[in-house]
Design a protein around this ligand. Sequence first.
Ligand SMILES: [Fe+2]
Ligand SMILES: [Fe+2]
Length: 472
Amino acid sequence: MAGIDYSSLIPNNVSLHENRRLQRALEDWQPKFLEWWQDMGPLGFQAKETYLRTAVSVDAKGWAQFDYIRMPEYRWGIFLAEPEPGRQVNFGDHKGQAAWQEVPGEYRGTLRRLIVTQGDTEPASVEQQRHLGRTCPSLYDLRNIFQVNVEEGRHLWAMVYLLDAHFGRDGREESEALLQRRSGDADKPRILGAFNEKTPDWLSFFMFCFFTDRDGKYQLASLAESGFDPLSRTCRFMLTEEAHHMFVGEAGIMRIVQRACELMREHKTDDLRKHGGIDLLTIQRYLNFHCSVSLDLFGSEISTNAANFYTLGLKGRFEETKKTDDHLLKQATYPVAEVDGERIVTREEPALVSLNERLRDDYVADCERGVTRWNEVIRKHGIDFELALPHRAFHRAIGSFGEVRVSPDGRIISQAEWDARHRDWLPTEDDKEYIQSLMQPVVEPGKFASWIAPPARGVNGLPVDFEYVRLG
Ligand SMILES: [Fe+2]
Ligand SMILES: [Fe+2]
C-alpha cells in the first residue's frame, strides 16, 4: 500500500486528519512556507510549467509520478517510510528496547537540536541556488535543479512535521525560525558554514550536489538509525529523494569532465578557455574547495556530543544494523588522523568520541567512488590526468586541522608556502570570473552550453531534447 493521500490540503501518509491539533499547526505554517518559497525559491520561473516528479507512494518502487506543474503548485507534504514491525533501539544504552514513538522527555532538547540543524540545511540550499535558473546550461539541467529545489522544500516539511508533531510550542517556534534564517545573511545566517557559502555558478552547483548534499545523505542515514522511530521513518523516505540529488551532482561533473576531454582532443591543448570549456585543473580546484568545506560539516574528529547522541540512541552510525559489533562501543577504539607536530599521524581513539570521524570516513569512501568514475571518463579519452580528493586535512576550518596549513596531498606546510601556492589549489578570482563568463542561459530544447556534454539519456525515458521546462 503506502499510498499518499492527496485529497487533503497537506498531502500525507500519516493520517493527518486524525490529529486535528497537528493538522491546524501545519495548516497555519503552510502559507508561511509558500511565502518563503515565493521570496527565496527559484527566481523568475515560478509561473513556468516544469516536468517534475512527485511522490505518490513511499515504497521503494513506483513512488514517483511525472507531470508538468508550476513549482508553487508542487504537492509538498508529509511522507514517512512504512513502519518496521517490532523495531527496536539498535545501539547505545537503550539497545533492545522498543523504538520510541514519542520523544523521551529527557532527550527532548538534544533531539530537537538535531532535527533543527538538519532541517535548516534544506531551505538553505534552495536559497543558495535561487539565481541559477537564469544561467542554466540546458532545459534538462533547469528541470533537474528545480526537482532538487522542490524536494529540499519537502525535506523542510519533513523536519517541520517532526517539530510540530512531537515538540509542542518549542517545535512550532523552531518551525517558524526555519523560515526566518537566510543563507549568507549577516544577522540571521543558516546554522552551518557550508550553507552560508554562495553557489554562484553551475560548476559550484554540481559540486555542491556531489559533496555538500552527500553530507546530507550521511547525516540522514545516521538519523535513519535513530531509536526515535518517527525520525527514522522520515529520514528513510528522504534518502530516496536524496539519491536523485547525488545523481545530479555526479552526472553533472561527469558531463563537464567529458566535455573538457572532448575539447582537449579536438584542439590538442589543455587550455580550454579559448574554446569555452572548463579545464581539468580548474575542475580540480573547485573540487578541492567543495570537498573541504563539506568535510567540515561532519564536525570535530573527537566529539563528546557525537558520543552522547549515540549512547542515548538518537543518532547511529552509517548502516548501524549491518555492523556486527556490540553496538555499544564502550571498549572499542577507532583510528583517527591527528596533527602531531609537523606531521599527520593516525592514532587509535575511543570509538564513541570518534563517531564524527567514522562517518567522515564513510563519506570520503563514497566520494572516492564518484571520482573514480570521473577518472574513467578521462582515461577513456586517452588523457593522462587524474582528479583526486584533497587530503582530509586540507583547507579545514573545523576540528584539529583547522589550526594548521595542509597541502592537498596531506603535508603540513608553512604559512609562506600556503600563501605562495594556494592559488594552485583553490578557485582563484580569475577562475571565478571565467566560470561566471560561461554562465549564459541555453534554453532551446536539446541544446547544451559549450562547457558541458549532453546527458546519456533524458528524464523518465524521455528524449534529451524534450521540452522539460515550458518557457514560452
Ligand atoms: Fe535535503
Ligand atoms: Fe538534497
